[in-house]
Design a protein around this ligand. Structure first.
Ligand SMILES: CC(C)(COP(=O)(O)OP(=O)(O)OC[C@H]1O[C@@H](n2cnc3c(N)ncnc32)[C@H](O)[C@@H]1OP(=O)(O)O)[C@@H](O)C(=O)NCCC(=O)NCCS
Length: 253
């Protein structure tokens, strides 16, 4: 692991989100990073109208629903943890959310984490997102299946590990206005530490072309080539973001 260069203390805090208002505020960071900055084609397809007030509100609402519906493992720990990174606001006593990450404990063994998603149409609520739009629903199922192919294989491989689970960094964003201040590093370190606390679990992620710079310095290594998106011919020309499956313990289960 690369040692962190001395940075000025910016008053950064990492906390577990425990109120829906924070998810809504954090969703702004997600829109700024994945929508405006990266223009990530898959994220945009999952969040139609993200750059309109109504589309943004719907996206935030879906995220709040996900937060509300989180499950616990047999030890009572949440299988999904939503983290916020905050800085003191320059204008008031309050703090502003500048980064957001989601960590998921996953397992095929009951009580040890959320199982791999089988029914993407339901899990992604595609009938609400794209009612009656079969091609768009099919496209999203194909890209998400491709993106999570290796993740799901590893969850299954871990069924014989002790404990039989992995910690997945499912999402990590930092508001572009606050990038390169070491914020992602702290959001990632929290999850790595939590994985350790939960029984030395391996951490995995699908790393974007920006994210891999951070994760590579924090003990994640690439496992396999760039994600290959297996989609029907009609979707071949759509822009799909580069992603690399990365994990902290190599291929040994
Ligand atoms: C990827 C992302 C989360 C990184 O957030 P961040 O807070 O800026 O990252 P950090 O400041 O913690 O970076 C730590 C180190 O990683 C490396 N790094 C981070 N971003 C980098 C980039 N874009 N290019 C090259 N190196 C980078 C640097 O070595 C950096 O240290 P330094 O600034 O002292 O050189 C942020 O750029 C982002 O939200 N991008 C858009 C969405 C995205 O791709 N998310 C990742 C999904 S997997």
């Amino acid at each position: 692991m690369v040692s962190q260069t001395q940075r000025p203390d910016i008053g950064l805090r990492i906390d577990v989100i425990d109120q829906p208002e924070d998810i809504i505020q954090a969703f702004d960071c997600v829109c700024e990073a994945f929508g405006r900055q990266v223009q990530d084609g898959v994220w945009i397809a999952m969040n139609p109208g993200w750059d309109t007030p109504q589309g943004k509100a719907s996206g935030a609402e879906r995220m709040v629903a996900r937060w509300r519906n989180k499950t616990n493992d047999k030890n009572g720990l949440p299988n999904t943890v939503f983290l916020k990174a905050t800085l003191p606001s320059p204008e008031s006593e309050s703090r502003i959310i500048v980064g957001f990450s989601i960590w998921v404990q996953a397992s095929t063994v009951e009580g040890h984490g959320d199982p791999p998603v089988e029914d993407l149409v339901n899990a992604l609520d595609l009938n609400t997102l794209y009612p009656g739009n079969e091609p768009e629903q099919r496209y999203l199922c194909q890209v998400i299946s491709s993106l999570h192919k290796r993740r799901n294989e590893v969850i299954k491989e871990k069924a014989t590990a002790t404990p039989p689970a992995v910690m997945i960094l499912d999402l990590c964003v930092v508001d572009p206005a606050h990038q390169r201040k070491g914020i992602a590093r702290e959001l990632v370190q929290w999850g790595i530490d939590e994985a350790q606390r939960r029984g030395d679990l391996e951490a995995t992620t699908e790393a974007s072309s920006m994210g891999r710079h951070v994760y590579g310095q924090m003990g994640f290594q690439a496992d396999g080539p760039e994600v290959e998106y297996v989609v029907d011919k009609e979707f071949a020309s759509r822009s799909k973001p580069p992603n690399l499956f990365m994990r902290t313990k190599g291929s040994g289960v």
